[in-house]
Design a protein around this ligand. Structure first.
Ligand code: ARG
Length: 599
């Protein structure tokens, strides 16, 4: 089932193929077939436009207008084009403006109303799996706002891929291996050995404190440092008492992480760094054998092309330390190789996506480069780092509590719900409504959590973003409350209609008003937004779309009567309400935000 945009693109692609000279075909076609058709910048002139003839004119050194004429007459040989377009016009020197026909718009409208995915097409069954590596906090450390961003963005990307029909493997690459355990276990053995027995119950707050203390000792006490290092070696060799202590520490942290995931409604599978431990040695061996790594001052490393320090020396990616220990990069190389390898000793992924802060861009660039050299990225497969900026306070500085401490995620989410509740109670009293406690608790929870997620997702993820409860909880603007409220409004109309008349969707709908057509065209662009997120991994596109859709819907609703319109008009307008409602619901689902019937 192709959407309008896909159908149009197909026709243009075929025409392009036909119009290219034989000897130019393959190379050129692959380059030119990207973005053949874009949204029109002048909606009064057309719904879409194509500037392909401008590009062709440069290649063939021919007048673009003439090329456009030839191109259009080629397109028009395909009779299907008349079902989709009402006109194809040449504008300016050689742009093609495309106007959609009313028939196709109505046809798609009805089709999407009935389609559970609102016209989003499904990928072919043979398509490879997608691994999304997100959230990934570190054991014995507190999850911070960076992990929150990763969690929210990663979950939303996973949902987008899932609705397209991909098999998605959601991986929590928790930091559960490495030197921090040596320090922590050694310290606990000294000061609180009970913590390392399963009977004891230490919470994450204590664990973080112990971690900080152990780090201090590690940095200052030589004897301690030695012991800690020996402890890591014991752990990595699988010494039973070390492993058991390690397990206890992990399980305490896990409790804390899981409680945050459940508040945020996140599904994710834990597969921490430790999982790849058995593969580290062979990864290093292979890089040595393939002459990719070299020894430098006792450490094994790969010098990276195109990445150098200020002095112009190539930066190394260290894969084995002087003391023989493996590190973060070694684990990521082993993980990458495993994820691309076929089952049973791998995931058989076709695309791996890593969602972390921008600070790790160099790390991933290095890891990807080495993996490419080692030929661990199979043909037609890809790896991508999805970086994001910092979360800042409204003062533009790092987000902190009033006392200057780092903010705990749990507290941050609680605070948002608390503020949402206060706003809600005010609104209820202003509107002289009475609502029960259950309603208030649920509604403020959905708004409070949804607002944090939406505020994050609606930003271009690359830029730093300023965390402001006031902004994210506002009823106006590009916020969760505004979108949720628009949805509630439609639910309200539908409840009223239900009492008045049974709504039926039939082919006899009709539209005369601009604000109806604007809404229809916006609704039918939903699949384009989803496809663009699949490609560019920018969930803020969906938020922008939602915001514009709500504005267009609210204009339509404010300008035109629905309940008071005569039956046929009412019926037609109800179809628009229905599809808008479905689109909002589905979009919010894709952003990981729950919805409300009333608020
Ligand atoms: N644990 C890391 C951190 O907290 C993030 C891990 C991201 N994933 C990966 N495969 N390196 O910064």
């Amino acid at each position: 089932m192709l959407s309008i945009y896909q159908k149009l693109t197909k026709i243009f692609e075929n025409t392009l193929k036909e119009s290219l000279e034989i000897n130019q075909k393959n190379n050129l076609y692959n380059k030119l077939s990207l973005n053949l058709i874009t949204q029109s910048s002048r909606e009064d002139l057309g719904d879409y436009q194509s500037n392909i003839c401008m590009i062709l004119s440069k290649i063939y050194e021919k007048n673009p207008h003439q090329i456009a004429e030839e191109f259009i007459s080629l397109i028009e040989k395909n009779k299907n084009i008349f079902k989709i377009c009402s006109s194809l016009d040449i504008a300016g020197p050689g742009f093609i403006n495309i106007k959609l026909s009313e028939n196709i718009l109505l046809e798609e409208l009805i089709k999407n109303t009935k389609c559970p995915r609102n016209g989003i097409s499904l990928v072919d069954k043979e398509n490879k799996k997608i691994v999304i590596d997100f959230s990934s906090p570190n054991i014995a450390k507190e999850m911070h706002v960076g992990h929150l961003r990763s969690t929210i963005i990663g979950d939303s990307l996973a949902r987008v891929f899932e609705i397209r029909g991909y098999e998605v493997i959601r991986l929590n690459h928790v930091g559960d291996w490495g030197t921090q355990f040596g320090m922590l276990i050694t310290h606990l053995k000294d000061v609180y050995p009970e913590a390392l027995e399963s009977r004891a119950n230490i919470n994450i707050g204590d664990l973080v404190e112990f971690y900080k203390a152990s780090k201090k000792r590690f940095d200052n006490e030589e004897e301690f440092q030695k012991k800690a290092r020996a402890e890591v070696v014991r752990l990595q060799k699988g010494d039973p008492s070390s492993i058991s202590a390690w397990r206890i520490l992990c399980s305490e942290s896990r409790k804390e992480f899981n409680s945050i995931y459940s508040t945020l409604n996140i599904q994710i599978n834990e597969r921490g760094e430790s999982f790849y431990n058995p593969y580290l040695e062979s990864v290093v061996k292979e890089l040595e054998l393939k002459n990719i790594s070299v020894e430098d001052q006792g450490a094994k490393c790969v010098f990276l092309d195109g990445m150098s320090n200020k002095e112009g020396d190539k930066l190394p990616l260290i894969i084995q330390k002087k003391d023989g220990g493996f590190n973060y990069a070694t684990t990521d190389l082993a993980a990458l190789k495993y994820r691309f390898s076929e089952p049973p000793n791998g995931d058989g992924a076709g695309r791996i996506i890593y969602v972390t802060d921008q600070g790790q861009s160099n790390h991933f660039a290095g890891v990807f480069q080495v993996a490419k050299k080692a030929k661990w990225i199979p043909e037609n497969c890809s790896v991508e780092h999805v970086p994001f900026g910092l979360v800042q306070g409204i003062d533009g500085k790092k987000l902190k509590t009033r006392e200057g401490e780092t903010i705990k995620l749990k507290d941050l989410l609680k605070e948002s719900v608390k503020r949402a509740k206060k706003d809600l109670i005010n609104r209820i009293s202003e509107e002289q409504r009475t609502e029960n406690d259950n309603f208030i608790a649920n509604t403020s929870n959905v708004i409070g959590i949804g607002s944090v997620k939406y505020a994050d997702l609606s930003q271009n993820r690359i830029t730093n973003y300023q965390f402001s409860f006031d902004k994210m909880l506002a009823m106006n603007g590009n916020t969760a409350p505004y979108i949720l409220y628009s949805l509630v409004r439609i639910s309200g109309i539908k409840r009223k209609i239900k009492n008045a008349r049974k709504e039926e969707i039939n082919e006899k709908i009709y539209f005369n008003e601009d604000s109806e057509w604007n809404l229809i065209k916006k609704l039918l662009r939903f699949d384009e937004v989803i496809m663009s997120i699949e490609k560019d991994l920018m969930p803020n596109r969906l938020c922008n779309y939602l915001f514009e859709l709500c504005q267009i819907f609210n204009r339509f609703y404010d300008q035109l009567p629905i309940l008071k319109a005569e039956p046929k008009t009412m019926n037609s307008r109800m179809v628009l309400c229905t599809l808008t409602e479905k689109t909002l619901r589905l979009s919010l689902y894709l952003l990981g935000i729950e919805t409300l019937e009333r608020m």
